[in-house]
Design a binder for this molecule. Sequence first.
Ligand code: 8YV
Length: 328
Amino acid sequence: MSIDTAEHSENRSKANGQQILQVGPVNPAVAAALADEFGALRLPEGAEREDFLEQHADGVRIAVCSGRVGVDTELMRQLPNLEVIVNFGVGYDATDVAQANERGIAISNTPDVLTDCVADTALALYLDVLRGTSAADRFVRRGEWARIPSFPLTVRASGRKVGILGLGRIGKAIAARLEGFGCEIHYHNRRPVEGSPYTYQSSPAELASAVEVLVIAAAGGPESAGLVNADVLEKLGPDGYLVNIARGSVVDEPELIAALQEGRLAGAGLDVFANEPHVPAELMALDNVVLLPHVGSGTRETRADMAALTLHNLRSYLRDSTLVTPIS
Ligand code: 8YV
């Protein structure tokens, strides 16, 4: 028997699959392990859900979810013996963290393994929205190049003043990449980051006033909701650009749409939206907006690493009630 198989059968003996609940769709490798290795329960959608919970809720100790679905207020209340939430994704804002804290329910997430890919996505959006690469691609595909010899000029991406909202792991990785483009980096964070070489600004509005491009890398959740509001967008101004790879909730989306439509903001590169997968038609209509379907961490390598870390947390909890990467 290989070590791996030995560990798996140990898990199986300790874990009663009826105590593990998969909430919502999860990464295929995680879903396969939950079903085949652990025999976990899966929360059904729709009409069957209440009957299922009546039958199984009391036995559930462990919930495994994606960051997009999380364990919300209502579901957490319906699971009286929940001990731990194993979250696939670095963000866990879809989970009711306040209730989890009150009840002593632990949460794990998947930090670090996705930092590079999310930062790369931020740079892809940065370059695209400033240099108009997606718009230029559309221009070529529409056959317009033959008619109009030159695509409209764009703006220089190198050497800009860029503000990072949220200088955590991902914010720092974005800043490091932007340094390679000769950018001057400013940031706002809940508190100044000790030893940071970048210029601290005391509020999102101060940050927006100081820079030409604002990149949002702050965690989602109640504390950051609506941080990028009408005032911040106004400070960024008609020559300013917004990039968001964090959470749609950090931005006041209707205000962002109004600013873009009225030419009070030069453009936006967005991987995240207020109500995913809904993307407002007003944004789709704008050529100076780059829209991605929340793919920040979406590479084969990173998703495999996130799946492995999710399962590592689950196995660790089953073994000795510890988590490898608990949220701090
Ligand atoms: C994932 C993310 O796509 O990690 C996060 O917080 O937003 C993305 O990496 C998502 O969480 C998967 O559920």
